[in-house]
Design a binder for this molecule. Structure first.
Ligand SMILES: *[C@@H]1O[C@H](CO)[C@@H](O)[C@H](O)[C@H]1NC(C)=O
Ligand SMILES: *[C@@H]1O[C@H](CO)[C@@H](O)[C@H](O)[C@H]1NC(C)=O
Ligand SMILES: *[C@@H]1O[C@H](CO)[C@@H](O)[C@H](O)[C@H]1NC(C)=O
Ligand SMILES: *[C@@H]1O[C@H](CO)[C@@H](O)[C@H](O)[C@H]1NC(C)=O
Ligand SMILES: *[C@@H]1O[C@H](CO)[C@@H](O)[C@H](O)[C@H]1NC(C)=O
Length: 311
């Protein structure tokens, strides 16, 4: 596996090493030259400080995906921590050309006001699957910490379909039944984009060209829904945050069938669009999907050095 990653890195980085490459990175990837790209410019004179003592800061942590993986739940739970300031909206800076062209000062202007000791977090689930994003994030800050929340790839595809289905329904548009989207001539329809988004190894390879594995923490999205506290404690450790999130921050809502959050006595649940029921899918089609994802999953486990309890 190491040889494979090395080969991959050599393939994309043929430029001479730069002296500013941090030492701890060269430990992880000996004799490798870093990717060559100019840092994104940030105009120091951009106004960002506010008289009430808060500032806008670039994110030190980005939740990069995956779509339908539980990114909203993760950022809501993370913002229980007093040292975290979370951006409310998905910013789409690194993946949307029209936003990226406005430059880092614009990105900064989208960030919440926070106290200087706080870390800003942004989430845009489309970053993970967009091939041009890793380099751009690296150019902003090669030391940024990345959170990636994943679910069983088959579940993710069904959830992806369900979201598109509901969006189209709201616009009074027709939607093909799931069988005809998933299958073509009785076999898995490889042209279905949602399938590609679940090929996690393809996407993580793009990120590993720029970031060492220890800059990326994978959150188990299936686990986070079942039992959020242990997953959040791991996230705190990864981000080197003081342990703060505890059992009293979560309570189970039986009507919803999900955990809701308690933040300084205020209770809040995720929007009802989260955790929608998936369409019933013929077990033989599910089996095909499990088989289809078997090898891609194995490759992903190898790349991140960890296995997940996926079908
Ligand atoms: C920096 O920002 C100021 C105002 O925000 C602008 O006038 C100036 O042209 C900018 N400089 C650069 C190098 O972008
Ligand atoms: C500080 O000012 C910013 C910008 O107006 C505002 O968004 C924020 O809520 C204020 N924070 C506090 C604690 O007053
Ligand atoms: C989706 O993945 C398949 C390989 O399984 C590949 O042939 C195809 O080009 C990919 N499609 C897109 C849009 O990336
Ligand atoms: C959990 O954290 C809250 C503050 O967020 C604190 O008031 C409470 O005492 C903690 N509970 C336990 C059991 O540590
Ligand atoms: C539990 O969920 C239901 C259904 O979404 C909601 O109406 C109710 O307010 C929630 N109760 C609590 C205590 O969170």
């Amino acid at each position: 596996m190491a040889a494979f990653i090395l080969g991959l890195l050599f393939f994309v980085t043929q430029s001479p090493p730069v002296p500013s490459w941090p030492a701890d990175r060269s430990d992880a990837r000996p004799s490798l030259s870093p990717p060559q790209a100019d840092p994104l410019p940030l105009n120091d004179s951009s106004p960002s400080a506010h008289p009430n003592g808060t500032v806008q800061q670039l994110p030190g942590v980005i939740i990069i995906g995956v779509r339908k993986g539980g990114t909203r739940a993760l950022i809501e739970m993370l913002s229980l921590h007093s040292a975290v300031a979370a951006a409310q909206n998905e910013v789409h800076f690194f993946d949307w050309e029209s936003h990226f062209q406005r430059g880092l000062p614009w990105y900064l202007s989208q960030m919440p006001f926070s106290y200087p000791g706080q870390t800003t977090v942004e989430k845009t689930p489309a970053y993970f699957t967009s091939a041009k994003v890793p380099e751009r994030v690296w150019r902003m800050n090669p030391d940024v910490k990345l959170l990636l929340i994943l679910r069983d790839p088959t579940e993710r595809v069904l959830s992806d379909y369900t979201q598109v289905y509901h969006n189209r329904l709201q616009k009074n548009k027709r939607m093909q039944p799931i069988e005809s989207v998933l299958l073509q001539d009785g076999e898995i329809n490889l042209g279905y984009r949602a399938l590609n988004r679940s090929l996690y190894y393809v996407h993580i390879e793009n990120w590993l060209r720029y970031f060492p594995l220890d800059s990326i923490h994978v959150v188990d999205g299936d686990q986070l829904i079942r039992d959020p506290l242990p997953e959040m404690q791991e996230v705190e450790r990864f981000l080197e945050l003081e342990p703060q999130i505890n059992a009293s921050n979560f309570y189970f809502n039986k009507t919803k069938g999900f955990y809701c959050l308690r933040d300084h006595g205020r209770e809040r649940c995720l929007h009802d669009s989260k955790g929608r029921a998936h369409p019933r899918v013929d077990p033989s089609i599910l089996q095909k999907l499990f088989r289809y994802f078997h090898e891609p999953n194995r490759k992903f486990f190898e790349l991140v050095g960890r296995t997940f309890n996926w079908n």
